[in-house]
Design a protein around this ligand. Sequence first.
Ligand code: RIB
Ligand code: CA
Length: 317
Amino acid sequence: MPKRPTRLIIDTDGGIDDALALILALRSPEVEVVGVSTVSGNVRVEQAAINALRVIELFDHRDIWVAQGLGNPLIRDPIRATSFHGTDGLGDSNLPQPRMRTRKESAIDLIVDQLNKEKDHGLTIVCIGPLTNIAAVLTNSPNISGRIGELLIMGGAFGLSRHGYGNVTPVAEFNIYSDPEAAKIVFESGIRVRAVGLDVTSAPENWLTSAEYSRVKATKNGVSVFATRILANTMQKRHMFELHDPIAVGAVIQPSLYHFIERSVKIETKGEYTTGMTVTERREEADNIWTENPIKICTNLKSQRFKRLFLGHLLKN
Ligand code: RIB
Ligand code: CA
């Protein structure tokens, strides 16, 4: 009996890797995207919605709702990553405006409605941006957490590999640093969390290489032409690209490629130098007051198998 696809909501902040992650999910039969919520992060929440619609239009998936969530972190001013992702979030690729429109309802309300409608508690929320929306869902609807099957989070730097350092500060990763108060609510909620952090996504063996980009560029189908356009500027400058968000969504598509360990994590929200840090008990056997509520943290990825999955879906007609 073939396994039914895992039903997903993807919560995105509209960057280049977000778009690639959405493409991977939409082309993978192992998952079914039911909705896309956007959040302030790489770009403004409105721009993240435009970018999500641009991807969904590639597949003419009119059955997937797209809605805007919160336009600012819970209490802090937003930080942007437009220097990296471009002013439009998609590599300043000047893509046409989408024809599809977002839903009028707030994504916060649509996420709660979707969770309440799900027959079994199997809905996974893939969080590839700051956790502002998820924290708002949990705060506004405290009883909803029992209806979330899993949170798969791209975020954090857990010090569990030699790449497990921050990308905004030496200790803080962008999605967590952008809204540490939201991350604290989510990480300490007791919901089943699997986190894919910079420990794995920053490893050079998991970067998109120039040679792989050339294969995408040489392939002339709608998806590969779109991917070529959004990656063009960054690949011309850096000759590589970190696939943070596609690697995260891959953990739902093919979990056997990933290794996770359980560790306790606290989110720093008050440190002068450590705000946004995912402070991790890294020892396997530790007897201290932190050992409650551990989360699963990714420490290894079968890189070549992941690349085959990712590029296979990018290149196929
Ligand atoms: O630190 C990487 C994460 O921050 C990715 O999700 C990227 O898109 C940005 O949101
Ligand atoms: Ca992102």
